[in-house]
Design a protein around this ligand. Structure first.
Ligand SMILES: Cc1ncc(COP(=O)(O)O)c(C=O)c1O
Length: 493
């Protein structure tokens, strides 16, 4: 294939935009409510407003707040409006970031550096977190050299705080928990984790990237909600994504700290660079003005009333989905009903979740497959309200079809996901997934391909499934059982 080049002459603008509009033809249909994550759609009118607001400041750069006072002002106001919503004290401060992941990376970096200053004897810092905490904490651990000590969650999806307590040691620099966690939407017992943090004089970050802009409104609507924000004395910081339930354009999250004594450690200052003194509040250097302006516009255009209305619609849709799924023979709903996450799993052996997921995908639904346990995640918004009944009809039909055709669990994406969920050798899975990444980002920029029907020479997992099918699944299950037994023996005192 000939390599792409920048065209020698600029193309006609109208034709160019028309062509680009066509690029999205096969993308997930979020406008029609067929996505259950990734896009938080508040309708065309709101979209046009935030689009216009972003465009006004698209060329601006928040890297230099002296040159772009407008962006500094809007960032400050977004942070303060978020802090008020989260019941933060008057001393609260924070920054905007490019998204949830960056907010979480920044909290870990800030607490590592704070410990570095206050407890310099710590050689190998660690953080104690629930097993369901967002994967960005693995990234933070990897980037910043902070070990992740993982506490299990109970059957309700909430972290076991006694286990967290056991994991705290002299090298612990922070605790974290979620409101709610992504996999099944449970809100961790933040009041208890806060008490633990206080007892050990440790900072506590609450990951409310997902829930920050919806739980406060659900609480106001009377949904039973444990206290999880700055009203909990031990909470020292919270991240909340405006680009999720804040309905702003992508690239906008907020990380708020109780006071400057924490935020200070997030900042980066360099005085030695030949380009001059350089200061930066977060990971990015150049910071686009569009996301900041879009977030400011979104908060102001929605107002409390707009957020309450959308929260009510999202909650009612989530309840409808939960009830509908609970009524489908062969499925069960995971987690707690405190948030707008609905996660379903199989209730018996004959119903393979990933095969059901393939059937839904074939009908145009975007499906989020999860591993522990095999399940499908839905982040519900008001945009799903018009199609929730259609989803339930398709889901019930998919379950019946899969039960009648058990071979579907060994075909298509179901085979690969099923195998990856069961493979006890996680190094093997990581290697295979890296290969998919390498092919996506290779010189030809291939599309992601996770099907077991056409394995390439190098696709070990796909090849194994295609060639040995059931034998491989059987072997892997046995290997998993041996591994679990070994672990039990090793753990025995
Ligand atoms: C609980 C939670 N934390 C963090 C993130 C990461 O956010 P982002 O994808 O914007 O980086 C997510 C994303 O879904 C989330 O659900």
């Amino acid at each position: 294939m000939e390599r792409m080049k920048i065209p020698a002459k600029g193309r006609e603008r109208g034709a160019l935009l028309e062509e680009m509009a066509g690029f999205g033809a096969e993308d997930a249909d979020f406008r029609g409510g067929r996505t259950w994550s990734m896009v938080y759609w508040a309708g065309e009118a709101h979209h046009h407003l935030v689009e216009k607001a972003s465009n006004l400041f698209l060329a601006g750069n928040a890297l230099n707040p002296m040159a772009f006072k407008s962006l500094k002002r809007m960032e400050h106001e977004v942070v303060q409006m978020t802090a008020s919503m989260l019941n933060a004290p008057a001393s609260a401060v924070g920054t905007m970031t490019s998204g949830g992941t960056e907010s979480l990376l920044m909290a870990v970096k800030a607490y590592r550096d704070r410990a570095n200053k206050n407890r310099p004897w710590i050689r190998r810092p660690n953080m104690v977190v629930p097993e369901t905490i967002h994967v960005a904490f693995d990234k933070a651990s990897h980037y910043f050299g902070v070990d992740k000590r993982v506490a299990p969650v109970g059957p309700d999806g909430k972290v076991d705080v006694a286990q967290m307590r056991r994991l705290v040691n002299r090298n612990t620099v922070m605790l974290a928990a979620s409101a709610p966690q992504y996999p099944s939407g449970a809100v961790d017992p933040i009041a208890e984790v806060g008490a633990l943090a206080k007892a050990h004089k440790l900072p506590l970050h609450v990951d409310a990237c997902f829930g920050g802009f919806i739980l406060p409104w659900l609480e106001r609507l009377g949904v039973p909600m444990p206290i999880w924000d700055f009203r909990v004395p031990g909470v020292t910081s919270i991240s909340a994504d405006v680009h999720k339930y804040g309905y702003s354009p992508k690239g906008a999250s907020v990380v708020v700290y109780r006071d400057m004594s924490y935020l200070r450690h997030q900042f980066f200052v360099s005085t030695g660079w030949s380009g001059g003194v350089y200061i930066s509040p977060s990971m990015q250097g150049t910071r686009g003005g569009g996301a900041i302006a879009g977030a400011w516009a979104s908060l102001n255009a929605m107002g409390e009333q707009g957020y309450l209305e959308r929260a009510r619609a999202a909650w009612e849709t989530a309840e409808k989905l939960r009830t509908g799924i609970a009524g489908i023979d062969g499925l069960r709903v995971l987690g707690s009903p405190e948030s707008t996450v609905v996660t379903w799993a199989s209730a018996r052996d004959g119903v393979d979740v990933f095969a059901v997921a393939d059937q839904l995908a074939a009908k145009g639904w975007a499906v989020d497959r999860q591993h522990k346990p095999p399940s499908v995640h839905c982040s519900v918004t008001a945009a799903n309200a018009p199609v929730v009944d259609d989803y339930l009809v398709d889901l019930a039909a998919a379950v019946a079809h899969v039960e009648a055709h058990p071979e579907l669990a060994r075909e298509g994406e179901a085979a690969v996901y099923g195998l990856m969920a069961k493979v006890p050798l996680k190094g093997l899975v990581a290697r295979e997934v890296l290969k998919v990444m390498e092919s996506m980002y290779g010189p030809d920029g291939g599309a992601p391909e996770l099907s077991a029907t056409a394995p390439g020479d190098d696709d070990l997992v796909a090849k194994l499934v295609a060639r040995y099918g059931d034998q491989v699944f059987g072997l892997i299950e046995r290997l998993g059982a041996v591994r679990d037994r070994l672990r039990r023996v090793v753990r025995r005192p």
